[in-house]
Ligand binder design. Structure first.
Ligand code: V07
Length: 262
């Protein structure tokens, strides 16, 4: 190896952020809230609370940069294994988020969408989510897509069951099961041509997918950063997009990412 693959971008490269090549769909694994809290002797829930405030900041930043879909992994199907008090606090966050943030979602023309097994959430959590989706339904700007009680393998299992049902009823021929047919039964189908993220960001130094959007991330660029989610700032977010743009430029126009085609 004569050069090291570039994985981060220096501050002067942030100034070079190409506003015409912003990824259409950014997905984020918001990791490190508990570690952030522990680092300053706070309870884990303080990290989640701070993390929710950061979601508001980054939603505005992404919307202003022209991102079309921002998908945030807020709660996985595995997170139920956490202590009951922590799960209880997490379930209050969607309500807290909207009580304080709907006016700004409206001002920024942001539409809320949710993917995941919502029917398994406590009734009040589900109601808070439904209210936010309904209140922002006519907004035409960025889609803020929360993955709540989401698991990638479970999503594929549910989708395959739907297809099998169609085949069993004689509405679908096995040879008509193709990539599009599978995409169409996943929870991201409502996002249409924007269903697949162009960029995956994971905070807090872990280099894993953790069952997030397994099918949809097939062609995404992955950027892992060391900052814990509560330390995410607009500058860090822009730096991460600059890293994405710098990597794509390595293809020298031979194999451009589809989000770059205009
Ligand atoms: C949660 C804050 C962000 C850091 C990661 C975990 C804690 C926003 C929401 C949310 C979810 C759905 C919705 C509106 C808001 C949220 C949970 C946790 C469970 F429709 N932040 N946030 N939900 N955290």
């Amino acid at each position: 190896m004569f050069f090291k693959k570039q994985t981060t971008v220096t501050p002067d490269q942030v100034a070079q952020l190409d506003k015409t090549r912003i990824p259409n769909h950014i997905a984020v694994i918001m990791d490190g809230n508990g570690r952030w809290a522990k680092r300053q002797n706070l309870p884990r829930i303080a990290g989640h609370q701070r993390g929710m405030e950061v979601v508001k900041d980054i939603t505005k930043t992404a919307s202003q940069l022209g991102v079309k879909v921002l998908t945030l992994y807020a709660f996985s199907t595995e997170n139920w294994k956490r202590p009951e008090t922590e799960v209880g606090f997490l379930m209050k966050l969607p309500g807290k988020f909207f009580d304080t943030f709907v006016p700004e979602l409206m001002a920024n023309n942001v539409r809320v969408n949710v993917i995941g097994y919502i029917d398994q959430l406590p009734a009040d959590t589900r109601q808070a989510v439904d209210r936010a989706v309904a209140q922002t339904a006519t907004n035409t700007g960025m889609i803020l897509n929360f993955a709540l009680n989401y698991g990638g393998r479970a999503e594929i299992v549910t989708g395959v069951q739907q297809l099998a049902q169609l085949v069993a009823e004689g509405h679908l021929a096995p040879e008509d099961i193709n990539e599009q047919a599978i995409s169409d039964v996943l929870m991201t189908a409502a996002l249409g041509e924007l269903a697949d993220p162009d960029l995956l960001i994971r905070t807090s130094g872990e280099i894993r997918l953790s069952n997030f959007l397994l099918w949809q991330l097939a062609y995404a660029e992955f950027v892992f950063i060391d900052e814990h989610w509560p330390d995410m700032t607009p500058a860090v977010f822009e730096r991460t997009i600059a890293t994405y743009q710098a990597r794509n430029r390595r293809f020298g126009g031979l194999a451009e990412n589809k989000s770059d085609k205009k």
